[in-house]
Design a protein around this ligand. Structure first.
Ligand SMILES: [Zn+2]
Length: 129
């Protein structure tokens, strides 16, 4: 997805969450502060997930634009790697589990696999679906 489309999706998602809060507020009767707080935090988590998903996807787009066309060399044996598609990945964040896709390369010579560096490189925790 292009960066402009990603941004538009994010804006729509955030607006949808604000609408969700308003709809809930209209339908239910009088709310205690605790009810309002619980609903606000529930929706804030959804918004945080949307922001994180957008942030990761946008970083990938920037990285993709900067990456040379040539496929990387294997970190194990140094031979040219082959593009292996975009398997799904999941990361457990403080806002919940974020799903996304990443470019993947594999080495036909020694079988090593590689996800090029990106926003998830330092965080570790992600796993192939
Ligand atoms: Zn190799």
């Amino acid at each position: 997805m292009k960066r402009a489309a990603l941004k538009k999706n994010l804006e729509q998602e955030v607006l949808a969450q604000v609408k969700r809060f308003n709809d809930w507020k209209q339908q239910e009767g009088v709310h205690s502060f605790e009810d309002l707080e619980a609903k606000a935090l529930e929706i804030a988590k959804e918004v945080a997930q949307a922001l994180l998903s957008y942030g990761v996807a946008d970083e990938q787009q920037m990285e993709h634009q900067q990456r040379p066309e040539a496929e990387p060399n294997c970190p194990e044996c140094g031979r040219a790697m082959r593009y292996g598609g975009q398997p799904g990945k999941k990361i457990d964040s403080k806002a919940g589990t974020i799903s996304f896709k990443r470019d993947y390369y594999h080495c036909p010579a020694c079988g090593a696999g590689l996800f090029p560096p990106g926003p998830t490189a330092e965080s570790g925790g992600g796993q192939l679906e």
